[in-house]
Ligand binder design. Structure first.
Ligand SMILES: Cc1cc2nc3c(=O)[nH]c(=O)nc-3n(C[C@H](O)[C@H](O)[C@H](O)COP(=O)(O)OP(=O)(O)OC[C@H]3O[C@@H](n4cnc5c(N)ncnc54)[C@H](O)[C@@H]3O)c2cc1C
Length: 433
């Protein structure tokens, strides 16, 4: 239900103060829903930009530039007099005093608090995983991964010149969900481009991209025929897909599985799962749900709280059948919008309403020109049609007209001249986070 806009009085200080922690899909949708309303909003993020996470893998595999998938949060709200952005990391929350404390020690008080902190990579306690495997959850992760992948290829060529023999190179991607599928497909294409177009002197037959998962099929959230299609397509681009493989340890140069096999590898990319718990501020008193998410009631308020809310990946949002909403961008956007409406209801002494997730489908790309999408009512679209649907949807949700235009031009260019990504090693990426 859309809430009509109310004019914001000149004296902002007298308005109820809503603090939103996180400028991802959920936090931005919440703050947008509160913009130009009779509340004062502070949106806090540790980065001064919003990141479009679904396209990170294209940054990591040199298809897009970091700036194509990020947008300054301050700019999003530049025209909303009642919304201000605060750059910083929220360290802790004091629900008794309605205060959040930032990393620099400053305190911000609130009347309503929205937890929209998302999730981070979950390493499930696998020894060596957090140290040696490369996750893909922030823009800095994507830049680091791109640097590493391109550097490994450059170093391999140097070794091949010294030894007069192309070395064996293995890249392992752990996790057969959408991120693992998309990354392994794009990585295989990147290697082919580097050899065919950039003249990298390596023997493609000695380079492997291996996608491993403990499950018996890829994309388990999709119907089986979509999984089978994804596997066929990945294999046709040269990716080895291995199921039933449980990782027990990772070190600098190898990965070991529960069946005892150890594979020498140059890079391990970790796309095996996420945890919301590690992203939450300290001292948050909230019952923990699946994946470390905070449990919320039907109106998205934390249980036992009258003024703390959670949205997106951070929240275990109940569905009608006793399950929880998946951690996806549309859930974050819809829950953020709903949360904004409910805060306004509370501010105006009205009753809140329950959140209902409208499932518009899920999709994943499998390299250039192929994707699978499951639309509502179980309709599966694959191949070029699925890919075009994927392109359209991602462009639609990308923040900022300039970013949309740049990405559209980039993709169109790559469609007709596919090796055109920015294959740059930017040495200072480690300082970006
Ligand atoms: C690689 C990848 C690919 C994906 N692909 C898809 C896809 O194709 N389709 C899809 O629907 N979903 C996809 N997802 C999932 C989707 O991106 C998430 O569900 C969505 O981003 C959740 O939104 P959110 O606002 O809850 O969290 P996020 O978008 O993660 O935003 C959280 C924000 O909170 C900030 N933050 C966290 N802690 C603090 C703190 N203590 N202080 C200040 N700021 C903080 C972070 O910096 C971040 O900006 C993908 C995710 C990843 C990682």
């Amino acid at each position: 239900m859309a809430i009509p806009s109310r004019s914001v009085p000149g004296n902002l200080a007298s308005l109820p103060h809503v603090v939103v922690i996180g400028g991802g899909f959920g936090g931005v949708a919440t703050a947008k829903g509160l913009a130009h309303q009779d509340v004062r909003v502070t949106i806090i993020d540790q980065h001064n930009f919003h990141t479009f996470l679904p396209l990170l893998y294209q940054v990591a595999t040199a298809g897009l530039e970091p700036a194509d998938v990020a947008f300054p949060i301050r700019t999003i709200f530049g025209h909303a007099a009642n919304v201000r952005f605060r750059h910083g990391r929220v360290r802790s929350v004091d629900q008794a005093r309605n205060l959040v404390t930032l990393g620099d020690g400053s305190e911000i008080d609130y009347d309503h608090l929205v937890i929209a902190t998302g999730a981070t990579a979950a390493f499930f306690g696998v020894p060596g995983a957090s140290q040696f495997a490369m996750p893909l959850y922030t823009l800095a992760d994507a830049r680091r991964l791109r640097n590493r992948l391109l550097s490994v290829l450059e170093e391999a060529e140097v070794r091949s010149e010294v030894s007069h023999d192309s070395p064996d190179l293995t890249f392992v991607v752990v996790g057969g969900g959408p991120t693992g599928v998309e990354t392994s497909g794009a990585l295989s294409e990147l290697i082919a481009i580097a050899i065919k177009r950039d003249g990298l002197r390596l023997d493609p037959a000695r380079i492997r991209v291996v996608l491993v998962d403990v499950a018996p099929r890829l994309l388990t959230a999709f119907p089986k025929r979509a999984s089978a299609y994804a596997k066929r397509r990945l294999e046709s681009t040269g990716v080895d897909v291995e199921f039933g493989r449980s990782v027990v340890s990772i070190d600098e140069h190898s990965i070991r599985f529960s069946d005892g096999e150890q594979i020498e590898c140059a890079v391990v990319i970790w796309a095996a799962g996420v945890s919301a718990g590690d992203a939450l501020p300290e001292d948050l008193e909230a019952p923990s749900g699946p994946g470390g998410r905070v449990r919320v009631g039907a109106d998205l308020r934390l249980f036992d709280s009258i003024n703390v809310w959670a949205v997106g990946d951070a929240a275990a949002v109940p569905l009608r059948d006793g399950e929880y909403c998946p951690q996806l961008a549309p859930v974050a956007i819809q829950s953020g919008r709903h949360c904004a409406e409910q805060i306004l209801h509370v501010v105006h002494h009205e009753v809140t309403t329950p959140f209902h997730y409208h499932n518009k489908g899920i999709m994943a790309t499998i390299g250039r020109n192929a994707a699978v999408a499951e639309l509502p009512h179980g309709v599966v679209v694959k191949g070029r049609l699925g890919w075009l649907a994927w392109l359209g949807l991602h462009l639609w949700y990308l923040v900022g007209f300039r970013n949309r235009l740049r990405v559209l031009i980039n993709w169109t260019w790559r469609y007709f001249d596919w090796p055109s990504g920015p294959r740059l090693i930017v040495a200072d990426a480690e300082t970006v986070d």
